[in-house]
Each structure stands twice: as structure tokens, then as C-alpha cells.
Design a protein around this ligand. Structure first.
Ligand code: PBG
Length: 332
């Protein structure tokens, strides 16, 4: 972008635009609304309404009934979309991730319950096998390797049962090759032409997912996810990943994690001009909470600053565990 040469001091005094709240508001280039936020919630298959998640202070695992209450609260706060994540009993997790394709599984149950009670809220579901495998990987381990194509077959089935239960947006977070196309073809064939796909298109292998693993109950991940998630050294590769997912039928794309990858958010948003989302992940949340708890910085201000940074970088919306708190503040 090129600018006309700005006037110089004292004709220009940039501070004139900062002298009081009303003028700062008037010239603000970006603004945050509750409708920019997607609120990730964790559901569990136990009778307990709420159970705190040790690694994510302020976030609880919820029973299905409590998730419905949260959906009502979200709607009343102006949050338009919830993202659902399951925490399953260990006995249900298998090498074959069978529970992922169970039409009566926890996520399909949750989708049905929320859609029945709060039909006007959008439901985003994660498509990946890690909450369902006994080893915690997003794909099927065959002969010690994550098998791409067999995993994709499972993901298609997982997406199908979730969509049949009422999910509006399927969000493949697994980073297998070709999964967007396979899911899109299934949706077309089965009469789900209006179902949206938000692909975790540029998802990096990140230390910042640490607290999430605890949230969904992955005990000890064998190895790491570097054979499918991206290398944090790379940026052009993100554009190739995003281009492929759009060509395969994604309606919206996501970059993940958030703050350490703002440059990617910017490049993706500018290059493709598609609705681009960003996930402020569990580690980013936990970091701010921990620093605020130690009195090192003001939590509300820090959170708002990060969310505005995402919008400034070009994000259409943000998945964040702060969604409820922020929506409450925006309302108040
Ligand atoms: C799994 C998935 C992960 C997250 C969302 N879906 C973790 C991972 O890939 O290991 C991370 C969310 C977070 O850290 O908040 N497919």
C-alpha cells in the first residue's frame, strides 16, 4: 500500500486523534462484536453438570444438559456459534476410534439436544479422531504410522453422523490430505448441500495445544503430530494448504494457533479473501490467565488486545475460550 506523503509536524499532530475516548472510538479501524466470537465448549459423558479443567482455569467440562444451558447463555450474549469438543470415558477410546462414528455418541447427542432447545445457534463440530483414539493421535496408527487415507474414510463417517445430528459447520482439524474433498463429496451425495466446512487449513504442530490435551483427557500422546501438522518454520506452505482446502470445497478457513501465527492470518486473509478464522488456542488462554493471576497484567485489557490483533490481521472471527467473558463485557 502506498500513502500520499503525510503532512509534517506541526500541521499534523497524530495525538489530536487520541485526546478523548469519543474521538478514539470515532476513528477506530477495528471493533470487536460478540458475533465475531466462536465459543469452544467441552462436553463429557458423566452425570456431573460441571467439572473444572485443571489446565484451563475458568473452563469446565459440561454434561449435555449443562451444554444446552450454555448454548442459551451464548445466544443471550450474542455469540452465534459454539464449537463442541468431547471428553470421553477412557474405556470408550480404542485404536480404531470407533466412538467417533457412533450416531449416538456424545457429540451427536449434544448436537441434537442443543438444536432442539436453541435452534438459532450455529454448531461447529471438530472432525478428528484424537478424543476417540487410545493413543491420542488425530488419525489411525497403522504399522506405527498415521495412515492418511484410512483416516479420511473415518473422518467422512464422523462428519456424517455429526451432520445428521444437526451440526451446521464441520471443521476438520486433523490435517490429513484430501479430507475436505472427501467430506464435501459425502455432503453433496447425502443431501447436505448447505452444510458448511471450516477447515483447519493452516494448523501448526504447536506446544500451545498442551492444556487442550488435558481438557479432552489425552493422557500420554505417543510421539508428536509433526507428520501431519505444519512446521512452524513455514509460511508459503500455509498458502498451499489453504489453496487446496478452498479448491476442495471449504467455505471458510482457519489458522491455528493464533497470536504466534498472526503473519499467517494476514497472508491468508489477503491472498484468498475468504472468510478467515483464527483459533486462540488453549495455551494462549492459559498463558494470559496465569499471567493475570500473578498480577503481571490486566486480564481484560490483555484479552481485548489479542482479539483486536486478530481482527486487525484480517480475521473474520475468532475461536476463543474467553468468548463468554468477552461477550459479557461487550454487553455490559
Ligand atoms: C485436535 C484438536 C486440537 C485442538 C483442537 N482440535 C489439538 C491438537 O491438534 O493436538 C487444539 C485446541 C486448543 O489447544 O485449544 N484435532
Amino acid at each position: 500500500m502506498s500513502f500520499p506523503t503525510p503532512a509534517s509536524f506541526p500541521l499534523a499532530r497524530p495525538r489530536r486523534l487520541r485526546q478523548s475516548a469519543w474521538i478514539r472510538d470515532l476513528v477506530a479501524e477495528n471493533r470487536l462484536h460478540a458475533s465475531d466470537l466462536i465459543w469452544p465448549i467441552f462436553v463429557h459423558d458423566r452425570d456431573i453438570a460441571r467439572e473444572p479443567i485443571g489446565s484451563l482455569k475458568g473452563v469446565d467440562r459440561l454434561s449435555v444438559a449443562e451444554a444446552v444451558n450454555e448454548a442459551r447463555l451464548a445466544r443471550d450474549l450474542g455469540i452465534r456459534v459454539l464449537a463442541l469438543f468431547p471428553h470421553l470415558n477412557e474405556k470408550i477410546r480404542t485404536a480404531g476410534a470407533h466412538a467417533a462414528v457412533d450416531p449416538n455418541g456424545l457429540i451427536p447427542q449434544t448436537c441434537r439436544a442443543i438444536k432442539a432447545a436453541v435452534p438459532d445457534i450455529g454448531l461447529l463440530v471438530d472432525v478428528a479422531l484424537d478424543p476417540y483414539t487410545d493413543h491420542g493421535h488425530d488419525g489411525l496408527l497403522i504399522d506405527g504410522k498415521i495412515n492418511n487415507d484410512k483416516t479420511v474414510d473415518m473422518l467422512v463417517e464422523q462428519a456424517r453422523v455429526q451432520v445428521e445430528a444437526g451440526a451446521d459447520i464441520v471443521a476438520p482439524s486433523d490435517m490429513m490430505d484430501g479430507r475436505v474433498l472427501a467430506i464435501r463429496q459425502m455432503l453433496e451425495k447425502d443431501g447436505h448441500q448447505d452444510t458448511l466446512i471450516m477447515s483447519y487449513a493452516a494448523k501448526y504442530a504447536s506446544a500451545f495445544y498442551g492444556p487442550y490435551r488435558d481438557a479432552i483427557g489425552v493422557k500420554a500422546l505417543k510421539g508428536d503430530k509433526k507428520t501431519y501438522q505444519m512446521d512452524s518454520a513455514n509460511s508459503d506452505e500455509a498458502l498451499r494448504e489453504v489453496a487446496m482446502d478452498i479448491a476442495e470445497g471449504a467455505d471458510m478457513v482457519m489458522v491455528k494457533p493464533g497470536l504466534p501465527y498472526l503473519d499467517i492470518v494476514r497472508r491468508v486473509a489477503e491472498t484468498f479473501r475468504m472468510p478467515t478464522f483464527v483459533y486462540q488456542v488453549s495455551g494462549e488462554y492459559a498463558m494470559i490467565r496465569a499471567a493475570a493471576a500473578q498480577g503481571l497484567m490486566d486480564e481484560d485489557r490483555a484479552v481485548m488486545e489479542t482479539l483486536l490483533a486478530f481482527k486487525r490481521a484480517g480475521a473474520a472471527g475468532i475461536l476463543t475460550y474467553f468468548a463468554r467473558d468477552v461477550a459479557e463485557k461487550l454487553k455490559g
